[in-house]
Structures are given as C-alpha cells and as structure tokens.
Design a protein around this ligand. Sequence first.
Ligand SMILES: Nc1ncnc2c1ncn2[C@@H]1O[C@H](COP(=O)(O)OP(=O)(O)OP(=O)(O)O)[C@@H](O)[C@H]1O
Ligand SMILES: [Mg+2]
Length: 256
Amino acid sequence: MKLEPKVVGVSGKGGVGKTSFLALTLKAILEKNTRHTILVVDADPDSNMPDVLGVDTTENIGLVVNELKEKIDKLPPDFGKAEYLEYKVFDVLYEGDKFDLLVMGAPEREGCYCLVNNLLMKIMDTLTKNYTLVLIDLPAGLEHISRRTSAHVDIMFLITDPSKMGIQTAARIKELAKTLHREFKKILLIINKASPETEEILKEHSKKFGLEYAGSVPVDEKLAEFNLRGVPLLELPDDSPAYIAVKKIVEETLPI
Ligand SMILES: Nc1ncnc2c1ncn2[C@@H]1O[C@H](COP(=O)(O)OP(=O)(O)OP(=O)(O)O)[C@@H](O)[C@H]1O
Ligand SMILES: [Mg+2]
C-alpha cells in the first residue's frame, strides 16, 4: 500500500526559529531511520535551507519561472511549456541519499502569468506525491496563507519565540487559515528559545488563543554557534538541548 504523503509546515514571525526547528525535525526523522522518502521544500524567498542542511546548490524555481515568463511571448504556440517547466523543476531538485531538497527562491516578477503559476502548482502537486513526507519551510508572517502560495499542509507547526508579538503572529496565522478555509489538519504551537518562566507565561497565552501547545525548545548556544559558523544543523551533537527537545516533539507528533 502506498502511504499518503504527509506535508509538514513551519510558520511564524520572522526570526523565531522556523528554519532551525525544521532542520532539527529532519535530523530527528533521519536518525529514526524510517522508511520515509523525504522532500524538503524551502518556500522562503530569502532561502537559507541549503546552508542549514549543508546542501550545495544555488538553483531555484524562481529563476526558472522568471526565465520562462520573460520569453513566454516569444515562444512558438506549440512549445510544450508544461513539459519544459516540469523538466526544469526536476533539474533544480537536489536529490540526496537521505532526502531531496527543492528551493522555491525569489518572488515572481510583476504581472500575472497565471499560466506559469498554474502549471507550477500542478507540477508541485505531482512531485510531492512521490514522497511519503514533505517538510516545508514557509516564509515569515501571514502573506503566504492569504496568497495561497503554500501548498496544502497537514501538520502546521507555528513557532514562537518568548515574545508577545511572536505568539500574536502565531494566533493570527491560525485565525487567518480558518477564515480562508485553509485546511491544516493539525496546528501545533512550539515555543522556541524558552526559559521555564517565559514558557509558563506563553502556555497561558496559548490557551487564551486556542492554540494547541506541542512543546518547547530551549536556548541552545551550540545551535546559535553552528548558525554563525555556517555548520549544517544536521551535524549538531545528539545531546544538544535543542535537538533533544525537537526529537521529543517529533516523536510525539509526526507519523514516524
Ligand atoms: N533554540 C535556539 N537556541 C539558540 N539560538 C537559536 C535557537 N533557535 C534559533 N536560533 C537562532 O536564531 C536565529 C533565527 O533562527 P532561524 O533562522 O531558524 O529563524 P527563522 O524563523 O527561520 O527566521 P526567518 O524568519 O528569517 O526565516 C538564528 O541565528 C538561529 O541560530
Ligand atoms: Mg527561516
């Protein structure tokens, strides 16, 4: 029986730790040695997942789409745009031993080229069906929800840091998703860079906002240091406090 792909996303205010959380989620899944086939999608235009995962690539879908849009008017009518785009998507896709990575890249240029966008959505739908687990790093804030640029997500981790703005953004994302009938089967709140004191306050807030709390990740100096040094987070030691916390959350919430 073929497993239904499970799409896991991270969202939240800028700089709260979305990318770090997703990278450590991947590390935890890989360590479990599950039979999952994994696709990581970097959907943040300001992409940094390749660095964080130690993948050497500069290619992205944005560049391909922009290139196609530029020449679309000059192409002969019988030019197979769908085939071309599909070929290019697979060209951009990084295929590793343990996971694949697709970088979405820069935002589109001005103007509506709905044809290209629709084609891309279809290709993305087909592509994600090739995997049993898809991890998406979404851009900060709410815009991706209202613009419906993000694909369908089953489990959405809303990340907050210990700040009122962080949890307010998380609450807004949840509300907006509801208003726009975006279906996230599960929305879970993660408190990052928490101390015991701030964690308690944020847990109270999360109840008030109707957010389901799934766990906290402590401040981890090694994580910050790895980030500064440009060392991939997959290499973070197994006993690092942030990794231990993320691993527990992953084991409790994801189908691994
Ligand atoms: N638990 C943690 N302990 C220490 N530092 C952390 C922790 N989580 C994240 N950081 C640091 O915080 C900074 C922001 O993290 P990260 O890039 O993961 O956030 P982000 O939400 O993805 O940001 P953006 O909105 O810009 O995409 C990085 O320098 C990272 O190393
Ligand atoms: Mg990020």
